[in-house]
Design a protein around this ligand. Structure first.
Ligand SMILES: Cc1cc2nc3c(=O)[nH]c(=O)nc-3n(C[C@H](O)[C@H](O)[C@H](O)COP(=O)(O)OP(=O)(O)OC[C@H]3O[C@@H](n4cnc5c(N)ncnc54)[C@H](O)[C@@H]3O)c2cc1C
Length: 386
């Protein structure tokens, strides 16, 4: 096993660093046009959809370079490379894999050019972990599906233009995994009602969505009718892989290392306290374990094999690690650590306490820890179900 980078890969890392140093001003110097300019520049560099095939507007870049790109962007705390995280992480790849030529032409360029934002409509009030039991109904009438039902916890729904929607087109099925169909639905279609939900950190990032007689043209179906589960399984593997990605954790660790330098414990910088040093070292080791596990996925992908259940391992690992790191930071900073964004005494702009309250994002979003454990036990370790 060779962990060293080639000369080309190291040169690519230097290129990314140079670009960042030339194009990413400190936060307080950024004006209101900064984000648009940034998005145009990274797109012009070919770094959005970096590993996507050229025929779809990507750069056909190597997966190792893509990892380098993500690492450097995360460490520099750069803005995202596109406005639609879900579009880039799983909707776009899903359309490239299962979409018609017309769908690819229609949807892919807008994702790459940050012209649209996508959200993901899987969960329903009674069907989250048991996703295959969804009830949101789509009936084919002529050239349109007519959709009736409800989704919940839909991240980004309040500002998204499109939703990838899992519906049931057949109810009398032998297996609940059959009869599911995936539709691509504009959020401004008549009959779509979005009701934002506030989370405990005070953000309204997700929403309930009600569908009443929503007409969806049949050409907006992704994959064949009844094949929705297949489309979803590959999208979920991509979702878990992006949640389980280690680059964000390295950036978080760097923040924590800064925090222990400037926070005082019994009159001395906290980093001089052996128990604090031990804890930070433990986090670093756990993140390194995540990194090397992630490299296994990467090796599989480089060999052309699709990612499946293995992405659950890092998803599960990250969930507990993020909570531990946030709790540690909040405890270390005492009362100030409890202050949310906006408070005068808030540490790092309140980001630690905000992150501590946002734990459901990485813990429950993309599937709960118990569900990841089931997947690991049954599909990776081959353990019996009962
Ligand atoms: C921040 C956040 C963002 C989200 N974003 C989206 C989104 O964009 N789109 C979307 O569709 N959904 C989204 N979700 C929903 C998320 O996917 C579901 O909440 C999740 O799958 C769990 O489903 P549930 O809430 O119905 O809980 P339940 O499935 O009712 O689970 C409740 C508890 O029972 C346990 N449990 C359930 N079944 C089993 C089992 N078979 N074995 C062992 N334990 C089990 C679970 O682990 C959990 O502890 C989001 C959720 C959160 C918190």
């Amino acid at each position: 096993m060779d962990f060293d980078y080639t000369a080309e890969e190291n040169a690519f890392r230097e290129e990314v660093r140079k670009f960042i140093s030339e194009n990413l001003p400190p936060k307080k110097e950024r004006d209101k046009n900064f984000l648009n300019t940034w998005l145009e520049k990274v797109r012009a560099k070919g770094w959005v959809g970096f590993s996507w095939p050229k025929e779809f507007g990507g750069s056909a870049g190597g997966l190792i370079e893509q990892t380098i790109l993500r690492e450097e962007m995360a460490l520099a705390k750069a803005p995202p490379l596109g406005t639609s995280m879900m579009g880039l992480a799983w909707v776009g790849p899903g359309i490239m894999e299962y979409g018609t030529e017309e769908q690819k032409r229609k949807f892919i360029p807008d994702i790459l050019d940050s012209k649209v934002t996508w959200c993901t409509g899987y969960s329903e009030p009674n069907h989250g972990s048991d996703l295959a039991a969804i009830q949101c109904k789509a009936e084919l009438h002529g050239d349109n599906y007519v959709v009736n039902g409800q989704k919940i916890w839909t991240t980004g729904a309040p500002w998204s233009q499109w939703i990838i929607l899992l519906t049931r087109t057949q109810f009398d099925v032998e297996s609940k995994h059959d009869g599911i169909t995936c539709l691509l639905v504009p959020m401004d279609a008549p009959g779509v009602e979005v009701r934002p939900i506030e989370n405990m950190a005070g953000d309204k990032h997700f929403a309930e969505i009600f569908f009443t007689d929503v007409q969806v043209p049949v050409e907006n179906r992704l994959g064949a009718e009844g094949d929705g589960w297949k489309v979803t399984v590959s999208a979920l593997a991509n979702e878990r892989s992006s949640i389980g990605e280690v680059t964000q954790m390295f950036a978080k660790l760097e923040n924590l290392k800064e925090l222990v330098k400037v926070t005082y414990k019994q009159g001395k910088p906290a980093q001089e306290d052996p128990s604090v040093r031990r804890k930070v070292a433990q986090f670093e080791m756990k993140i390194a374990a995540m990194k090397y596990n992630g490299l296994r996925y990467l090796t599989k992908q480089i060999k052309g094999e699709p990612l499946t259940s293995e992405t659950s391992v890092n998803k599960l690992h990250r969930a507990s690690l993020e909570i531990e790191m946030d709790d540690f930071a909040v405890e270390l900073t005492g009362q100030a650590g409890l202050q949310l964004r906006g408070g005068d005494a808030a540490v790092d702009g309140g980001s630690w306490s905000k992150s501590a309250l946002n734990w459901p994002n990485v813990v429950i979003g993309g599937g709960t820890p118990n569900i990841q454990r089931n997947i690991i036990a049954e599909r990776l370790l081959g353990m019996p179900k009962d």
